[in-house]
Design a protein around this ligand. Structure first.
Ligand code: SAM
Length: 225
């Protein structure tokens, strides 16, 4: 992958490198090399609109009152948090990510009043550790994808949200199919852990992007038990 190769520069890292990730160590290496240029060479260059769609669906479904503390899973450079903070300025947003370099970028994001977008940013490998804070809502974009987080992590993360709390979680549509997310969600519903999930299929990249056509399933549900 690009993060490993002598011939790659941070500017040449792209989506293929992200999809080639297989382990948390691969993620650490890739995003360490990509963090400084990620916003420009990935978000802007590819018209990556997925974080905005997650934030918009959060604003559409999650009531304003009673759901002010949010955890952004795999927050990266802070795109989801930035959109959320502009749509819902009252939100207190924390971010978890495995990459200290991506977190350093997220720490620079600012709200319209110049305060920080994120209250706390924590370095954590979510495939093996689970922070013990409890939140009233969870968001994520671009992190439940090939080689990153799978359905077993998705299930474990439910316990970070209080009963009645909301989830607005994007899952890459191919990864959703290949890794059996539908069955995981179905069994969590049947066992009473979560409510029926609304799934909104969205474009990850805008029309005109070299990757236009890739889809994500944004799953919206509440913790019940
Ligand atoms: C494609 S980026 C998405 C970042 C941001 N949410 C966005 O939409 O721009 C995926 C993020 O997942 C993080 N990540 C990958 N594996 C992880 C793990 N095991 N635990 C926590 N974060 C992880 C990466 O460091 C990276 O910041």
């Amino acid at each position: 992958m690009a993060g490993d190769s002598d011939s790659d520069t941070p500017d040449s890292i792209d989506l293929a490198d992200a999809y080639a990730v297989k382990t948390p160590e691969d993620s650490r290496r890739l995003y360490a090399a990509w963090a400084d240029s990620y916003n420009e060479t990935f978000i802007t260059a590819n018209s990556y609109v997925y974080p905005r769609r997650v934030a918009e669906l959060f604003a559409e479904y999650v009531p304003v009152s009673g759901y002010t503390d949010v955890i952004d899973i795999g927050c990266g450079t802070g795109a989801v948090g930035s959109f959320l903070a502009s749509l819902r300025p009252e939100l207190v947003i924390d971010g978890f990510d495995i990459s200290p370099e991506m977190l350093a970028q997220a720490a620079q994001t600012r709200r319209i009043d110049n305060s920080h977008v994120y209250r706390n940013l924590q370095e954590v490998d979510l495939t093996s550790a689970l922070p013990n804070q409890i939140y009233s809502a969870m968001t994520s974009a671009g992190t439940f994808t090939h080689g990153h987080l799978g359905p077993e992590t998705f299930l474990r993360l439910i316990s970070l949200i209080r009963i009645g709390g909301w989830f607005v979680i994007g899952i890459n549509a191919e990864h959703f199919k290949a890794r059996g997310f539908a069955e995981t969600i179905k069994s969590a519903v049947l066992s009473g852990i979560i409510s029926q999930s609304i799934i909104r299929v969205v474009d990850v990249y805008e029309t005109g992007s070299p990757h236009h056509g890739d889809k994500a399933n944004i799953c919206i549900f509440q913790r019940q038990n």
